[in-house]
Design a protein around this ligand. Structure first.
Ligand SMILES: NC(=O)c1ccc[n+]([C@@H]2O[C@H](COP(=O)([O-])OP(=O)(O)OC[C@H]3O[C@@H](n4cnc5c(N)ncnc54)[C@H](O)[C@@H]3O)[C@@H](O)[C@H]2O)c1
Length: 257
């Protein structure tokens, strides 16, 4: 029965930051729908663990890559194409997030979040473009954005700037690449990932307030069954007329306009 009716059967997907959290959830959802998944991360052990898990659904491989370095990104994309023959779906998910008071933001924090945000997103989109354009089922780009952005969430100045820039890249590429059969969209999730937990562990009352008071659907999201399934839609055949939008998968925590 393997493979019957799976919407991403044989499609090749790159998911950055897929060693854990949201990226791992998206990678799992893709693999269960038949995609060949390239798990890209700096954390090689975590990436290998995810690949082992995905291998029961189909072909998967891990790629050690520091997404801040465009030469490593180019080499990573070339290695994926060498191994799987194409890139049909690109998910720019990895981030080295920071938080803190606006006036205390350091140069290093700003560099980290911009280097792993819009700069890495552009590096991957640029390197993948010729392959996405040649994709038989149409190229798909999914960039991770954040509900903290429209809210201007206090304590996240550099991070919000990074995500706003990612949103800008998405809109421009959506305009330019539609004629090449490529859609470009954003996902804005809310999941208690390792990254999010490291922030909320020190502020449990803030998490409770967000879940109980700010979410219309008062529960935490799941990286695979909530965010991953939304990513399957944006990566698959049913979304070919959807581009340039932000799909919030955050229990109604934020509304983008
Ligand atoms: N978790 C949430 O609720 C939430 C909310 C809004 C937006 N997002 C967005 O979703 C995405 C994933 O979030 P998460 O919470 O799963 O993050 P996370 O911190 O748990 O995981 C990030 C992954 O990126 C990898 N990474 C970091 N720097 C890297 C680099 N230089 N090169 C390669 N890999 C690198 C890390 O090793 C890690 O595996 C991010 O873009 C984040 O901004 C998450």
């Amino acid at each position: 029965m393997a493979g019957v009716g799976r919407v991403l059967e044989g499609r090749v997907a790159i998911v950055t930051g897929a060693a854990r959290g949201v990226g791992a959830g998206i990678a799992r959802a893709f693999a269960k729908e038949g995609a060949h998944v390239a798990v890209v991360d700096l954390d090689t052990e975590g990436a290998e663990r995810v690949v082992t898990e995905l291998s029961s659904y189909g072909a998967a491989a891990s790629y050690a890559c520091d997404i801040r370095d465009s030469a490593q990104v180019d080499a990573c994309v070339a290695a994926v194409v060498e191994r799987f023959g194409s890139v049909d779906v690109l998910v720019n998910n990895a981030i080295d997030a920071t938080s803190g008071r606006f006036e205390d933001t350091t140069d290093d924090e700003l560099d980290r979040v911009l280097d792993t945000g819009p700069k890495a997103t552009l590096y991957f989109m640029r390197a993948c473009f010729p392959h996405l354009r040649d994709s038989a089922g149409g190229g798909r780009v999914i960039n991770l954005r954040s509900g903290s952005e429209p809210q201007g969430m206090a304590g996240f100045g550099a991070y919000v700037a990074s995500k706003a820039a990612v949103g800008g890249l998405t809109r421009v590429a959506a305009r330019e690449w539609g004629r090449h059969g490529i859609t470009v969209n954003n996902l804005a999730p809310f999941v208690l990932s390792d990254g999010a937990r490291s922030y909320f562990d020190e502020r449990p009352e803030e998490l409770e307030k967000i879940v109980l008071k700010s979410l219309s659907v008062p529960r935490l999201g799941d990286a695979e069954s909530d965010v991953g399934r939304a990513a399957v839609y944006l990566a698959g055949p049913d979304s070919s007329y959807v581009t340039g939008v932000t799909l919030s998968v955050d229990g109604g925590g934020s509304f983008f306009s």
